[in-house]
Design a protein around this ligand. Structure first.
Ligand code: 9MR
Length: 365
């Protein structure tokens, strides 16, 4: 049961007017063949408190995984297995990682993660198929004509989704295609192929694995704003055209110092109404360093806000954090003077946000 007696409390705490919380979650992530963990597949690690709390909620609790850390850091590896029931490769399924030279594939790191997930009864969110960033250095508009780029993108998607067919639950097919003002982002794909590249990417992915859930994905699209309006319009149009778009991903990179969007549930629910699944795909809540108890508490509220919206929405299928420990977080390398963005500190000790996530899952049982 997704909503217990405290649903009304959750709704009030989200400052949602009007409509009652939706009833039990209709979608079963395990419906995909990759979703049913084989019996006895987890011989070594018991569910941790977070994974246990999420069980039965209808929402998978996931993390991005850093493959170098997974190989080298045993406590990290144990925490991934223990605390999460979904994993996303932080980098190793990106185009530059899987096809370093034209036509030369390297699936090794991504295969390792998929195997790890299977052993631990976890689903895999594939990330990502068409993006403007982390493409191979050989993939340029100087080297290829628009027609060739279209052929390359088609082959990339068919080959990658085909390689993982039946083993990846959901794909972030198109990543970060809009600007903040809702116009399409100027990328190699838009310039070479025009706006139809998005629909094509979904069609090719669906052709390669008809059972995988296919998502749009972006940041700053959690609340109602010009960017999320553009996604809503795009999802509506593509679905009306029969394009296999199944989900809307909100990365959830929040920052304490900017405050949090207030209308996340309203946004998620309009995608519910379209029949589109939703997911929080890369949640972290950074802060200006040094951390103090007020910032750490605000951070916990940010994590909780997104999870509550997910649990109160009908079709939110997963809540994924973008790394769970500050030891390996991408944040300090990109935002100078900021950090402490994840659920655990550098020593893998949980912060208040960890308790908030666990307790929020428990409240929804
Ligand atoms: O966390 C990823 C980091 O290790 C990479 O260097 C970076 C390169 O762009 O990508 C990071 O992940 C991004 C994700 O793929 C898409 N949404 C934003 C994430 C943080 O930048």
């Amino acid at each position: 049961m997704r909503f217990g007696r405290i649903a009304a409390f959750l709704a009030v705490s989200l400052a949602v007017a009007g409509s009652a919380p939706a009833s039990a979650h209709p979608s079963t992530p395990g419906a995909h063949p990759a979703g049913s963990a084989p019996a006895g597949a987890r011989p070594s690690v018991d569910d941790g408190p977070q994974r246990a709390a999420a069980r039965g909620s209808g929402v998978r609790v996931g993390t991005a995984v850093d493959m170098a850390a997974l190989a080298a850091d045993a406590p990290y590896q144990q925490a991934v297995a223990r605390e999460f029931d979904s994993v996303t490769p932080e980098n190793v399924m990106k185009w530059e990682a899987v096809e370093p030279q034209p036509g030369v594939y390297d699936w090794s790191a991504a295969d390792q993660l998929v195997d790890f997930a299977r052993k631990n009864g976890q689903l895999v969110r594939g990330h990502t198929l068409v993006w403007h960033s982390q493409n191979p250095s050989w993939l340029t508009e100087d080297a290829y004509s628009p027609a060739q780029l279209r052929t390359l993108l088609r082959k990339h998607i068919l080959d990658e989704v085909g390689h993982f067919k039946g083993r990846v639950w959901a794909w972030d097919v198109a990543n970060e295609v809009f600007n903040e003002d809702g116009t399409l982002r100027d990328t190699i794909w838009l310039r070479a192929l025009g706006p139809g590249y998005i629909a094509d990417a979904f069609r090719w992915a669906h052709q390669a694995d008809p059972k995988a859930l296919l998502f749009l994905n972006d940041y700053n699209n959690e609340g109602v704003n010009a960017k999320s309006d553009a996604y809503y319009a795009l999802a509506k149009r593509l679905r009306a055209q029969g394009v296999p778009v199944h989900g809307y991903g909100m990365q959830g990179h929040l920052a304490v110092q900017y405050g949090f969007p207030g209308d996340v549930l309203q946004n998620v629910r309009r995608f519910d109404a379209l029949g589109v699944k939703t997911a929080f795909t890369e949640v972290d809540v950074r802060m200006l360093l040094p951390a103090d108890s007020a910032k750490v508490q605000a951070q916990a509220e940010g994590f909780g806000l997104l999870l509550r919206a997910c649990l109160l929405a009908r079709s939110c299928v997963s809540y994924t954090v973008w790394g769970f420990t500050d030891k390996y977080s991408w944040v300090p390398g990109v935002f100078s003077g900021e950090g402490s963005a994840t659920l655990y500190d550098e020593n893998l000790q949980p912060k208040p946000a960890y308790d908030t996530v666990r307790e929020t899952f428990l409240l929804a049982r």
